[in-house]
Structure formats: structure tokens, C-alpha cells
Design a protein around this ligand. Structure first.
Ligand SMILES: C[S@@+](CC[C@H](N)C(=O)[O-])C[C@H]1O[C@@H](n2cnc3c(N)ncnc32)[C@H](O)[C@@H]1O
Length: 259
């Protein structure tokens, strides 16, 4: 049922889940359609699809980042969608951090901006429409760059990593949370069943949208495994590249430093 994972980042430009599309423009257009469709229900669907686990994984990212409580500490959350990770970072900084949530999809950002306003975090967060592959942001301006469940949707991962490196200050930290390769015998079979049977069915039942959720599941399987993704991060120039597996490798956090 599952397709082979790609190598370093090969094939990601034209893989839309298990379908090969004509090029990166088509991939991005299709991805954008998915997130326009799911934006309003994105947060509730995350809870349903992961059994709430995405909250623990995001908290693990924020704990590893250990945001500074120093006023003026700046972070960029790319593919930040509805602002879930950015809001956790701001809270963990004692509401000191200044964050930019960047996403290519205005529908996701609109949901995020409204959530931030309701929580009184709109003074800490700026919501900006943009492409991870070509950040229209100054070089060396951020203390940290985060991206959660976003990079597998970006066609040119190598460009996104190069941009991450560029916008970080020297000494800045890169952290990426993404679905990865399960390394626990037994868990992989269960996870396959959950992914390919349950998640599309939940998508159909709750959001009347099986196809978007099929894409989400398939795109996870096409994404490079821990070692291959770490190699791509190193190639972009990052130092001290390490990763931590979460829940037997269902997800992993990759860390790197601009030194
Ligand atoms: C699965 S959501 C993750 C949202 C959020 N980070 C979270 O963890 O809840 C993936 C996000 O990636 C965004 N995205 C896809 N391609 C992008 C690109 N080229 N540049 C920036 N964001 C992109 C989508 O619009 C979507 O909001």
C-alpha cells in the first residue's frame, strides 16, 4: 500500500502524494487547493487524525527550542498555517517573543490571525502570506526558524532550506517537525491501517473530503526518512544537525544551527 520514500529530497517537486504531477507549479497549486478546502476544519481534524498527538509533538518542538524570554527575540514559523506552533512558542517565552507566521495560503492564515486575536497574542504575531522557497524577508533577521508539518508540502525543499539558512542570524536555530519513518516493529502495520483506512474515512465523515486527507497521508509516505532529510539540512549549510524521533518515528524533529 505504501510507496517507496524518496532519497534526499529527490522527486518531491513533482510528487503530489502518490501521484506524479507535471511540475512544481501543479504540485503547489494542488497543495494550495487542499489547504483552502481544509482551513476552517484544520485544527479539529488534526486532533481527530492524530488522536491529539500533534499537540504533544508540537510541545516537544517548543521544549527543544526553549524560546528565550528576552524581549526582542524573533522567530519565523514557516508554513505556519493556523498559528498553532507560533502561539505555543509565544506562550513558552512568557509572551515576550515576536513571531512571524508565514504561509502560502491566505485561508489558513486568516483562521490563525483570528485565533491569535481571541487569545490576545496578536501583538506578538505577524501573519504574512509568502512562499517558503522564496522568503521576501531580510537576511540574518531571526533567532529561530520553525516549520511544522509544512516542508513535505513545499515542492523545492532544498530552496526552502537555503532560505531558512539565509534568514537566520549567525547562532540561529532551525527546527523542523515532520512525519517520518516508523522504526518500531509492529507499529508500522498499525500505522498503515490508521493512515490509509481510518484517516480518509474520518476526512469523508467529518469534512466530506476524502481526497484532501488521502493526499495528506500519501505525502507523508513520500517524504525522505530521517537520515536523508538530515543530509539535506547539512547540505543547506547547517551545523550540529541532529534529530529526535517521536512516537516510534511517526514524527521526528530535526535540529540544526547556523554557526
Ligand atoms: C499541514 S499544514 C501545517 C500547519 C501548521 N504548521 C501546523 O503544524 O499546524 C501545512 C501548511 O503548509 C503550507 N504550505 C504549503 N506549501 C507552502 C509553501 N511553498 N510556502 C509556505 N507554506 C506552504 C500550507 O498552506 C499549510 O498551511
Amino acid at each position: 500500500m505504501s510507496e517507496a520514500r524518496v532519497g534526499a529530497t529527490d522527486g518531491m517537486e513533482t510528487s503530489y502524494g502518490f501521484t506524479t504531477v507535471s511540475g512544481r507549479e501543479e504540485k503547489q497549486a494542488r497543495v494550495n487547493e487542499v489547504f483552502h478546502r481544509v482551513a476552517e476544519r484544520y485544527d479539529i481534524m488534526n486532533d481527530l487524525m492524530s488522536g491529539g498527538m500533534h499537540r504533544l509533538w508540537k510541545d516537544a518542538l517548543v521544549n527543544w527550542l526553549a524560546p528565550s524570554r528576552r524581549p526582542g527575540w524573533r522567530f519565523l514559523d514557516v508554513a505556519g498555517g493556523t498559528g498553532d506552533v507560533a502561539m505555543r512558542i509565544v506562550e513558552a517565552s512568557g509572551r515576550q517573543a515576536e513571531g512571524t507566521v508565514l504561509d502560502i495560503n491566505g485561508s489558513m492564515l486568516a483562521v490563525g490571525a483570528e485565533r491569535a486575536r481571541k487569545r490576545g497574542l496578536d501583538g506578538n504575531l505577524l501573519f504574512v502570506e509568502g512562499n517558503a522557497e522564496d522568503l521576501k524577508l531580510e537576511s540574518g533577521g531571526f533567532d529561530a526558524y520553525t516549520i511544522a508539518f509544512g516542508i513535505r508540502n513545499v515542492p523545492r525543499i532544498d530552496l526552502a532550506l537555503a532560505e531558512a539558512y539565509r534568514v537566520l542570524k549567525p547562532g540561529g536555530r532551525f527546527l523542523c517537525l515532520e512525519f517520518s519513518e516508523v522504526d518500531l516493529p509492529g507499529l508500522d502495520k498499525l500505522y498503515d491501517l490508521w493512515s490509509f483506512r481510518a484517516i480518509p474515512a474520518i476526512g469523508q465523515a467529518v469534512a466530506k473530503d476524502r481526497e484532501s486527507y488521502e493526499y495528506l497521508v500519501q505525502s507523508i509516505r513520500r517524504f525522505p526518512n530521517q537520515a536523508n532529510f538530515a543530509a539535506a539540512i547539512r547540505k543547506a549549510g547547517f551545523d550540529r544537525v541532529t534529530h529526535r524521533n517521536l512516537t516510534g518515528g511517526i514524527a521526528a524533529i530535526h535540529s540544526g544551527w547556523k554557526l
